[in-house]
Design a protein around this ligand. Structure first.
Ligand code: NAP
Length: 247
């Protein structure tokens, strides 16, 4: 039976590459995006189905879930990929200069959006024989990594984006615990530092490399039991290797 996968924010970047790789693995891919023109163009290029979905808009989320229920009756894979870094000056600014608004903007998408989307699609994931949820997180959310004086992330000082991914890690761990006795596996992916619009294309990995981490989790080739942050370890000095990253 063809597995149905929905990837939020898949009109470009790591999400687009994830959609492409999942399509090549035989998934029926639903390209979820907030912008109709960009979303349709991506879906057409991939031979996938476009689903309008803005993760900060509850009505949009509900409409997307209703569409998937009507068309497919279930969902086998949800990739919570949509994310933003926020105002870069703010993100790189010191915690003492961080505003409530800057935090709210990033948390709305990267954290609240993930919970809202996950809860809307859970009834459909429960209808699958063996479903997976992959939350696209980041090593910058690892408190262990960012507080290691010998590590490359020690120089990073900023609240909105890193704290949003720390919160997303906890969100992942909590869903994994709630769903541990069900066939739904929940896990978090660290794509590594990839060249995308998110970081002004400054990353040293390709979006495809980042997406391959997500696909490994989505297909159960990595972190089969879930509940972990898994992915690129290159920032830790072990280039081209994947593994479990400490929370
Ligand atoms: P990107 O190229 O900027 O793509 C971000 C995607 O999220 C875009 O499709 C964007 O849509 C979408 N998005 C943002 N807000 C949305 C909303 N409210 N509703 C629906 N879609 C929304 O960045 P990326 O690097 O591929 O990021 C993908 C994920 O990887 C993010 O969660 C990011 O935190 C994570 N990540 C990235 C890196 C990296 O080095 N690039 C490293 C670790 C983790 P629009 O086109 O409409 O803006």
């Amino acid at each position: 039976m063809t597995r149905i996968a929905l990837i939020t924010g898949s009109n470009k970047g790591i999400g687009y590459e994830t959609a492409r790789l999942l399509g090549s693995r035989g998934f029926a891919v639903l390209v979820a995006a907030r912008d109709e023109t960009r979303g349709r163009a991506a879906a057409e290029a991939l031979g996938a189905t476009f689903v309008p979905l803005d993760v900060v808009d509850d009505e949009s989320i509900q409409r997307a879930a209703s569409f998937v229920e009507a068309e497919y009756g279930r969902l086998d894979l949800l990739v919570n990929n949509a994310g933003l870094i926020g105002d870069l000056a703010e993100a790189r600014g010191l915690p003492s200069g961080t505003t409530r608004e800057a935090l709210r903007q990033v948390f709305e998408t990267n954290v609240f959006g993930v919970v809202a989307v996950t809860n809307a699609f859970l009834p459909l994931l429960r209808k699958a024989d063996a479903a997976r949820i992959v939350n696209v997180s980041s090593e910058v959310g690892s408190i262990t990594s960012t507080t290691d004086p010998a590590g490359p992330l020690y120089q990073l000082v900023g609240i909105p984006y890193p704290a949003s991914k720390t919160a997303l890690n906890m969100v992942t761990a909590m869903y994994a615990k709630e769903l541990r006795d069900t066939p739904i596996v929940v896990t978090a992916a660290n794509p590594g530092y990839c060249a995308t619009d998110l970081n002004g294309n400054s990353g040293f990995r390709t979006p495809e490399q980042g997406a391959s981490v997500i696909v490994a989790l989505a297909t159960g080739e990595a972190d089969a039991s879930g509940g972990q942050l898994w992915g690129d370890l290159s920032l830790l000095g072990t280039a081209d290797q994947n593994g479990v990253i400490p929370w």
